[in-house]
Design a protein around this ligand. Structure first.
Ligand SMILES: [Zn+2]
Length: 174
């Protein structure tokens, strides 16, 4: 089986068969698509494309790591990624309702650019929660120093809010 790493796929030249494409995704891929808090990317995206006349069945298997920032301690967070994303592309001039997993394109389309689809699949693969895991003993793997600074800062902020509220109360009582 032949592997290609071209983002532009000439769909007209494909036979009814299964095709594989392998893409190495790093940070430079992301600079074309601005995305916050992604500091580094090291992903293998394997696309399996099955052509069946006017219907294309696409499966993206994503594996690797993403370096982001922990939402709790703000330290670097290396997240392992292992994700599968699936969608259909249908050639059609009279598309019925657009579904979440089916894209309709005009029947005279000769090429598709899969890079936006890869980007979308990668975004779906990133967990919503960016927080360090816990070790076997149940201790958070967050940066303890930062957490200490953060918690003292939060206490201070609570005190300020509290004293402001006292001021307001005093004014009301007077
Ligand atoms: Zn953390």
């Amino acid at each position: 089986m032949n592997f290609s790493d071209e983002y532009i796929i000439n769909i007209k030249s494909l036979k009814n068969a299964e095709y594989k494409y392998l893409y190495k995704i790093n940070k430079s891929f992301f600079s074309d698509f601005v995305y916050e808090n992604i500091n580094d990317v090291n992903l293998d995206v394997c696309l399996t494309l099955i052509k069946n006349n006017d219907l294309f069945d696409l499966t993206f298997n994503i594996e690797g790591t993403i370096l982001t920032v922990c939402d709790r301690c703000n330290d670097d967070l290396l997240m392992p990624i292992n994700f599968t994303h699936h969608l259909f592309i249908q050639l059609s001039d009279n598309p019925k309702e657009e579904g979440t997993d089916i894209i309709f394109i005009p029947s005279n389309t000769t090429e598709i650019d899969v890079s936006p689809l890869i980007f979308e699949a990668v975004i779906f693969s990133i967990p919503m929660r960016h927080v360090h895991e816990y070790d076997e003993k149940g201790n958070s793997l967050c940066n303890e120093e930062t957490l200490k600074i953060l918690s003292s800062y939060l206490k201070e902020e609570n005190n300020i809010t509290f004293s402001l509220k006292c001021e307001e109360l005093k004014k009301l009582l007077n």
